[in-house]
Ligand binder design. Structure first.
Ligand SMILES: Nc1ncnc2c1ncn2[C@@H]1O[C@H](COP(=O)(O)OP(=O)(O)OP(=O)(O)O)[C@@H](O)[C@H]1O
Length: 281
């Protein structure tokens, strides 16, 4: 499953000299297995790669192949997709950001583990473009989207309490000293984050975002425990790289299952509530 991020169509479409595509994957990796058993809780991984100047034709072909693969195979690993093979090998090794959890957090999370690790059968479904309900024009009223925030943005009341408690614990991976406004993000994105109640980044976000959004275009692999904010980390990394004036595909997000893609799409809708970008799957 892939998510495409691009700017809303505009009349003038200047060619960008730097029209590379960002590919993001979010999946558990085999390399995590040791840590999984050590920590007793799933550790997700995100990877963030800059693909040099892929043409729209290449991109369309990659996406067509992705759809074909999806129908022909039960679940193809994200790294085996044709789109992934377009990625140029990084000149230097991608930085790896890994966060370990505290004993207190391990205990608190032990109860949630069965639900998080539960695997579901994914049945092959015809490819139907997904249009998020919250995909609306950039100019939005403050009343909009409360339904989405409830569904996706803040999670269950239990989760809200858990997240807010941990965010005040300096030993928690959810704790962070910096603010999103220090991260050079578009004001509309900051507004969306504030609407979700996200004022400061979690640790994985704090460490990954400067690398993803810095002047030097670095590829990155990030690992942290489940529920520590990786999804928002890679979404912000993509959004921070989009040139809003272009009406071409600029980001592809590859996810291992349709369910996860829907979930990430929901978060995207919340974060982008004040931003005008198109999403397709
Ligand atoms: N900066 C933030 N401030 C407050 N809450 C946040 C922040 N970032 C993420 N959250 C919340 O923390 C919870 C977990 O985030 P998220 O699902 O992105 O974690 P994850 O690491 O991607 O988890 P998984 O590995 O299970 O996919 C969600 O309820 C999300 O809304």
């Amino acid at each position: 499953m892939s998510w495409l991020f691009g700017a809303e169509p505009s009349p003038a479409e200047p060619e960008s000299k730097d029209s590379g595509v960002i590919e993001v994957t979010d999946a558990p990796t085999d390399a995590n297995e040791g840590m999984l058993s050590e920590l007793g809780r799933p550790i997700g991984a995100i990877s963030f790669a800059h693909t040099a100047a892929a043409s729209e034709a290449q991109l369309t072909e990659s996406l067509t192949n992705l759809s074909v693969k999806k129908e022909g195979e039960k679940e193809a690993p994200a790294t085996a997709t044709p789109a992934a093979t377009e990625t140029k090998a990084p000149e230097t090794a991608a930085p790896v950001v890994t966060l370990k959890k505290t004993a207190a957090e391990a205990e608190a999370e032990a109860e949630a583990t069965p639900a998080k690790t539960k695997t579901e059968e994914v049945t092959a479904a015809p490819h139907v473009p997904y249009v998020p309900k919250g995909h609306v024009p950039a100019v939005l009223t403050d009343e909009l989207n409360d339904e989405f925030l409830e569904l996706y943005g803040k999670g269950t009341p239990d989760n809200e309490v858990r997240v807010s408690v941990q965010r005040n614990d300096p030993n928690s991976p959810l704790y962070s000293m910096t603010s999103f406004s220090d991260l050079n993000l578009d004001p509309s994105v900051l507004r969306g984050l504030a609407k979700m109640g996200f004022l400061t980044p979690t640790k994985i976000q704090e460490q990954c975002l400067p690398l993803m959004l810095g002047d030097k275009r670095e590829n990155l692999v990030g690992q942290s425990q489940s529920g520590t904010g990786k999804t928002v980390a890679f979404l912000l990394g993509m959004l921070g790289r989009i040139d809003w004036s272009l009406r071409k595909v600029q980001c592809i997000c590859i996810l291992p299952t349709r369910d996860l893609a829907m979930q990430v799409g929901g978060v995207y809708v919340c974060v982008c509530v004040y931003v005008c970008v198109c999403v397709d799957s």
